[in-house]
Design a binder for this molecule. Sequence first.
Ligand code: NAP
Length: 274
Amino acid sequence: MLGKTQVQVPVLGLGTWGIGGFSNKHLGGERDAVRALQLGIELGMSFIDTAELYANGHSEEVVAQAVSEARERVFIATKVSAENLSSERVLRSCESSLKRLKTNYVDLYQVHWPNPRIPITETMKAMEQLVGEGKVRNIGVSNFSVQQTREAQDALSKIDLASNQVEYSLVERSIEEDLLPYCTREHVTIIAYSPVARGKIPSGGRGDKWRTLDDIARKYAKTTAQVALNWLIAKEPVVAIPKAANLQHVRENAGAVGWNLSRRDHDALSAAFS
Ligand code: NAP
């Protein structure tokens, strides 16, 4: 379930940073990217995360191509950039994202990064206006601390804050100190970004912790990426959005669900990577 809502979201979704280019629009390669996203949807990862920032909006255009036959089956999350958090700009950014995504609503609209220069009350009021107009179904934030999450929650008067998207993986655990317990208590979904540490986890490394990961992967006849993703989503409020343009990576990541690490192996991994 997404936050306190009754909305079901797949525990594994599809990231899109780098799909359609990075900071600039990059034409070419779209067909492969579309195929990768469509394969992910077919395999059950029917939750796509994008942003107006990615490839200057072109990533959203690639997502539109990928979901053209399946819009209603896909949960689309996009983000408004930190420099666009004034009321007027939130409304304008959302319109532009909807045009690029070729849809009349997004399932989740997220504030990409906090911006201390714009009061969060102003941003959230505009977000709620978008919900009222049917253009946005749920509201989330990204890269917000506990304090900022609480302020965002308090700034919403009509609906609950659904999610906070933050970096979280076996190798990046800082949210476990305070944000993860807070979001667990408050029923705010954690959307874990860079969940395979941008490819570092599947590449592996030397030392005891990597040996522990390899041993556990072998025991379950899974890959290290699958084990690392399964470890993440075993936590109740956590869903993860690995990005994979390579079809083999998409298939592999889809195989991270449908089975469970034992509590003992889960804890052994937590301890090895602490
Ligand atoms: P990631 O998903 O941890 O890693 C992506 C990289 O790992 C790609 O190079 C991919 O290669 C490779 N990879 C994926 N699965 C693999 C597998 N099974 N085996 C080997 N390599 C694999 O990192 P990310 O892209 O930074 O994060 C995921 C998504 O989170 C982003 O795409 C974006 O949607 C979101 N994000 C949000 C923020 C934010 O500020 N809110 C920040 C960063 C990311 P190929 O592409 O070649 O398959």
